[in-house]
Ligand binder design. Sequence first.
Ligand code: PMV
Length: 320
Amino acid sequence: MRATAIAQPNIALIKYWGKRDLQRNLPAVGSISITLRDLSTTMSVEFDDPLPADSLTINDIDAQQMLPRISACIDRVIGQTRPRARINSRCNFPVAAGLASSASAFAAATLAAAAAAGKSFEQAELANLAGRASGSAARSLLGGFVELENRENDISVETICAADDWPLTVVVAITESGPKAVGSTEAMEISRKTSPFYSAWVERQAHDLGVARQAVLQRDFEQLAAIAEHNCLKMHSIMWASRPPVVYWNSATMRCLQAVRKLQREGTAVFFTIDAGPQLKAVCLPGEAERVSATLGAIEGVSEVMMSALGGAARVLDAS
Ligand code: PMV
């Protein structure tokens, strides 16, 4: 009745932004991401009959706010009439700051809850269970380059290129470590309801996915860089044009973006992407990682730089 699972966050190169079904948390668009190797969430779930309620700690600190979403995720995995659970999570990077901590958390919670209850699921079922909790979590179940397909009634995930088959490095520049001002669900709904660019975004996503998929399959860094930066800036343009506007960037985010552009002009194989937060993620060829990291680390307002290779799938570490 106890299991521990580990999952790594993922960074979307072709973004998920917007929901077509809020109730079932179904995305309006497909997406392509890379799973990181060196950042991780390790979650243990222990069912214990006498417990009056679920409890959750994150890095040994009581985390009441996040508990309802984790409890609901476990309910979906094994049913509401379950014994209460003691949930302990360890995360080696800042939580809720646009670093996809919810993706690794819900992927790990889904796997750990299923293993603790002795239930086994097909991968498609796991993807939909994790995706109900957080759209990007389904992608963290798999390693390498992962495509999330938006099907008629559900989602599916697939690794389109393994981490070892195209080893890229991701350098994350932390420009603010607190939680983000507006959660992604709320921001997506503001975008959907008010942004004049939202429908164009949804219509054009199949094109961007096709270009990125082809770039990954052909290991074409330049093509991937161009489409990923375009898709990222398009997503943020939707938010900027929403009412109220949603602006996640700060001045250090912009300085990092300009530094990546300068590196590119100097011939460095690197591109940027930015999610629902102020951190900039630079994706580069492994040989460029030290240079990219030193450049971003020296920028005013960057408090920390983290580096990660691409990683493997989420997995159960132990179950008893
Ligand atoms: O899965 P959520 O609800 O945290 O939303 C993720 C949204 C982005 O990170 C901005 C894009 C993405 O595809 O991960």
